[in-house]
Design a protein around this ligand. Structure first.
Ligand code: GLV
Ligand code: MN
Ligand code: MN
Ligand code: MN
Length: 443
């Protein structure tokens, strides 16, 4: 195996345990040879292949797979074998079930683990739990489901956690359905193509009632477990952490409009160039966010229109991502950046318009569920720390409706949304064992 293959965020096959072999089966799906890593936007052929992989693996485990009206996949391990647990007419009683899972879509050129690790670990944890049920050490009191959420990254339609937001009713379905991908397709049309009824999408109380608790396992996406506070003499951090909170975050789109023109015939003094305005705003974002302790400000996407080497752009679309633990600070940072954009645009002879695409307040996970996770995880990793994360997750969205919690698996690179994201086999195994313990204790 070439070294670049391992460095490319793939899976070390030395140790073929269940979660590792599950992930190995999808390591070629959605590889992005141009950017490196994986590009698996929602409802792309890569993401659809991953859904098929998940459906087959869930079916192999005897789970009943269903797609709900928001396109979320559910693999149910019902209590139906026991007649006492079945509701009227033998319909399985799924109210207040325990749910785990994550997502299979990715950012452009993302790593192998962001999303799929949580899904594969959930399937592997079901294997452990089935074995425990067989040997009599596990008695289940409620159903368990593994869920796969669509468009967690918002890399195709712009709003992250779109599936869980629709389910929870934290986005207006009319807004969601009107979202467009880079080719101009609406979310409504794409959903219809994939067998969903756009008219039926939105808050689903029947599905929400089936979620008693939601636990998401995820690769750690920063240096959280690699900091000196947690590492041993060899510099190695603990394999796992329990989630404490998610930074408030949001996305804002700035449209700079100037005068499209010829690169050769337009004097430097005669230009109203929106690329120049956008470039200055990028620098201003860096300065403004750096001056605010705890803040993150990022411009990771820019689209000049029409986008020619010898063309002064007529318009530039720029996307801003801002995060901070205090929602009021996030709002004031965005307001400040908006003011800077207006000044910069005016100076260049351009105009600018800002639109909020999404925003989510800081989330603190359910305290009782967090304590339960800490106790269960301690059996695998004594003293596993509680970590705040700067990344968004479906668990953060669902927290508005149901108790949610998270487990993070150590990422030695501390890098994510990049091919360098990494997880070691032993840590992935520890994650599955701890997830199984967490689920067992909650079942
Ligand atoms: C998604 O992973 C995000 O945090 O933006
Ligand atoms: Mn993720
Ligand atoms: Mn992500
Ligand atoms: Mn995420």
């Amino acid at each position: 195996m070439p070294a670049a293959f391992l460095a490319g965020g793939s899976i070390d096959r030395v140790n073929t345990t269940s979660v590792v072999s599950l992930l190995s089966a999808i390591e070629d799906t959605g590889r992005d040879t141009r950017r490196g890593g994986y590009s698996r936007p929602v409802y792309s052929s890569a993401e659809l292949q991953l859904r098929e992989w998940f459906t087959a693996e869930a079916a192999r485990r005897g789970l009943a797979v269903e797609t709900d009206r928001n396109g979320i996949l559910w693999a149910w391990w019902d209590l139906s074998d026991s007649s006492a647990s079945a509701g009227p007419a033998g319909v399985p009683d799924r109210r207040g079930a325990l749910v785990t899972g994550s997502h299979l879509d990715s950012v452009p050129g993302g790593g192998a683990f962001d999303g799929p690790l949580g899904v594969a670990s959930a399937l592997a944890a079901v294997d452990l739990l089935r074995a425990r049920e067989r040997d009599g050490s596990l008695v289940r009191n409620r159903a368990l489901a593994v869920a796969v959420f669509p468009e967690e990254e918002g890399s195709r339609f712009g709003v992250a956690c779109l599936g869980s937001r629709l389910l929870a009713g934290t986005i207006d379905p009319r807004k969601a359905l009107a979202l467009r991908d880079a080719d101009g397709n609406t979310f409504a049309d794409v959903s219809r193509t994939h067998g969903l009824d756009p008219e039926a999408m939105g808050r689903d109380d029947a599905v929400l009632r089936t979620i008693g608790d939601f636990v998401e396992l995820h690769v750690e996406q920063g240096q959280g477990l690699n900091t000196e506070e947690f590492t041993d003499a060899a510099g190695r951090g603990p394999a796992l952490a329990v989630g404490g909170s998610i930074l408030g975050h949001g996305r804002w789109r700035f449209s700079f409009t100037g005068q499209g023109n010829h690169a050769g015939t337009t004097l430097m003094t005669d230009r109203a160039d929106p690329m120049v305005a956008a470039a200055q705003l990028i620098v201003a974002v860096r300065q403004t966010a750096s001056a605010q302790p705890g803040a993150r400000g990022t411009v990771g996407r820019l689209e000049p229109v029409p986008g020619g080497t010898n063309v002064i752009a007529s318009r530039v679309e720029l996307w801003l991502d801002v995060r901070h633990p205090d929602d009021a600070v996030t709002a004031s940072l965005v307001e400040k950046i908006h003011g800077q954009a207006q000044k910069i645009a005016a100076f260049e002879g351009c105009t600018v318009h800002m639109t909020e695409e999404s925003s989510s307040g800081t989330v603190h996970f359910d305290p009782a569920l967090q304590r339960s996770l800490e106790q269960s995880v301690a059996r695998t990793v004594p003293g596993a720390p509680v970590l705040a994360t700067g990344a968004g997750h479906d668990a953060g969205v669902l927290a508005a409706r149901v108790p949610t919690g998270m487990l993070f698996v150590r990422n030695p690179s501390g890098i994510s949304h990049s091919p360098e994201e990494y997880v070691e086999n032993d840590d992935a195994d520890a994650g599955v064992t701890a997830l199984a313990d967490v689920l067992e204790d909650l079942l």
